[in-house]
Design a protein around this ligand. Structure first.
Ligand code: SF4
Ligand code: SF4
Length: 207
């Protein structure tokens, strides 16, 4: 038969330790967050919703190469590339992403896709509110993922508007005071002289 004798000093010490932890915690600063009424800022390089970025004249940076889709361990990205034509140009190079989808039911926000992207077309924003009650609505389309048009940008398709050569265009060696005239873009600032870094779309972070 097992010895059931209680070792009182050990028992009392254990009890006192447990109560001390509870007592000590009562005086610590509370970390309760009143979400969603009060939203805490995320870390600057937080991996949130993706964004498809644009060049400063509005053309798309995505070239439809599918490297992001191949890099994705969760098979969350679907891309179809297509050829630009002189009459209908969406990106400055030969190809563009005609279909682009990210399935946020699959995505684990690992960031491997943005590492794989050769043109920095794909980055991640700090937006984290992605819950929905519809599976279909969590498959984001290209239109939802594209960065908004900033002042001085023009909705594609259109020819390359900035720089004399492709090299200067990709290196950002041009003046943003030369902007296209597109009356369909609200909030356009024709005298815009943004620097190349300032031309990053809202929410585009350094991830
Ligand atoms: S963050 Fe990771 S899981 Fe999500 S789409 Fe990119 S590679 Fe796939
Ligand atoms: S987002 Fe980047 S990696 Fe993905 S298809 Fe476009 S250019 Fe290629």
């Amino acid at each position: 038969m097992a010895d059931e004798t209680i070792e009182w000093p050990t028992y009392v010490l254990g009890l006192a330790k447990g109560h001390w932890i509870t007592f000590r915690t009562m005086f610590k600063k509370r970390t309760t967050q009143y979400y969603p009424e009060q939203k805490e800022p995320t870390a600057p390089r937080y991996h949130g919703r993706h964004q498809l970025n644009r060049h400063p004249d509005g053309l798309e940076k995505c070239v439809g190469c599918e490297l992001c889709a191949w890099a994705c361990p969760a098979d969350a990205i679907y891309v179809e590339g297509a050829d630009n034509t002189e009459a209908e140009r969406y990106s400055p190079g030969e190809r563009y992403g005609s279909v682009y989808q990210i399935n946020y039911l699959r995505c684990i926000f690992c960031g491997l896709c943005i590492e794989a992207c050769p043109t920095r077309a794909l980055t991640m924003t700090n937006e984290y509110e992605l819950a929905d009650d519809s599976r279909q609505d969590l498959i984001f389309t290209k239109e939802q993922l594209l960065a908004p048009l900033m002042p001085g940008m023009e909705q594609p398709p259109h020819p390359r508007r900035l720089a004399d050569s492709e090299k200067e265009y990709y290196l950002g060696v041009f003046s943003l005071s030369i902007v296209p005239s597109d009356p369909t873009v609200e909030g356009r600032n024709p005298a815009s002289t943004r620097t190349r870094d300032e031309a990053l779309a809202p929410g585009e972070n350094a991830s």
